[in-house]
Design a protein around this ligand. Sequence first.
Ligand SMILES: [Zn+2]
Length: 457
Amino acid sequence: MNTIPSAITALRAGAAKTCITPTLGTPINGDLTPIASRHIHDDLHVRALALDDGSTRMVFAVVDTCLLDRGLFDEAKKLVQQQTGLAPEQVMMSCTHTHSAGSACSAHLSEADPAYRSWLPGRIADAVRCAANNLAPAQVAWGNGSVPQHVFCRRLSIKSGMTYTNQLGVTTERAKMNWDSPHPADGQPTGPTDPEVFVLSIRHADGRPLALLANYSLHYVGDVGTGHISADYFVAFADRIQQLLGADRLDPPFIGILSNGTSGDINNWDPKVGSNSPAPYTRIREVADDVAQEVLRVVHQMQHRRNVTLRARQGECIVATRRPDADEVREAHAVVAGRPVNQLKTWPENYAREQLILADYPAEVSMPLQVFRIGELAVAAWPGEIFAASGLNLKKQTPLKPLFNIGLANGWYGYIPPPEQFPLGAYEIWRMRTSFLETNTIPKMTASFVELLKSLK
Ligand SMILES: [Zn+2]
């Protein structure tokens, strides 16, 4: 029962989480080689935030997993629509991109676990439904801070005069991944980082913390134990910000959420130093704490308010795919020689297998683009792994400011590098299931986002 007279037109919010930890033994998604899970360090969740201004309802659901394809997201949204009447365009679903979670979507050598895949959409829908069940009079505020010390471009130009042989045996590329860094061939980063941490803070009408949705453009941290299931620093952040806000043991529980931004080329460690962590989870805790402390500083400067207008829009962006030609398919067949995936050990062998898979891909794909308006704040949800430069560019070009970007949302189309990165080469460019869209995809998506954002004005 609503006791606040203005609440009919003022904001209501609700948040909830559901547990999605798979049974041990399930393959872990995200690694270049498949590994069976053998320990649960921390449970995986879907964390959902529902907002309602009396005429528009929207839900943000962030899933502790590496990546999910559009088919799975659409299935979850269909369940939401059947159960609650919420249209798909009002529901944003995204992945945190933890690399130590269950495998519901095939990529690299991690094939989907069919049982986990069929179970997951119902659990995502449950989180959305429970967040809506918890709707209560609320107040909202937003703001941004900066955590520059934990983001590094992981793509490096190759120093002039140096020859570098990449994992495919190619020596002509002009950029490399940081996999073997520090390395004598390491030159300058090929793109910028986006150090912004964006904060959407939700309180109950009486001021108690209700939920907090943060956003940071970092791929993940990854210093988990071997074979461990973990939600990486995303869960460590949720736990720490709850503690810092004094929001432990509330009923309904406070829900902290950390969404991924545009981090396709952004890792946590400095390539000049290397990737070693002192012990598993050390760096995860360090990054989570630094992001949470900055979020707390931002929250302390905020003025929460009850009246905001909500809007949601969705569009489609159609782009061509990059696929092998007949000669390349013939060459790939010669390399694979009919062997099953578990007998393909080297990068060139797996690259050849990827060509055979891409040969059957459609000539073009239609991707969902979503935008939201919360008062003056805009949110853009991108379906893939977007580079920091592209997120920064939309933050500049948007007709609605401020704006933050959520990546890996509503579908997965691999890395989507901006056009200027293609001539440089390196992993995120290699034509595989992890990168298969036309080179002009980012300009097309950006133009579509700007049009969608104009329609929210
Ligand atoms: Zn990734």
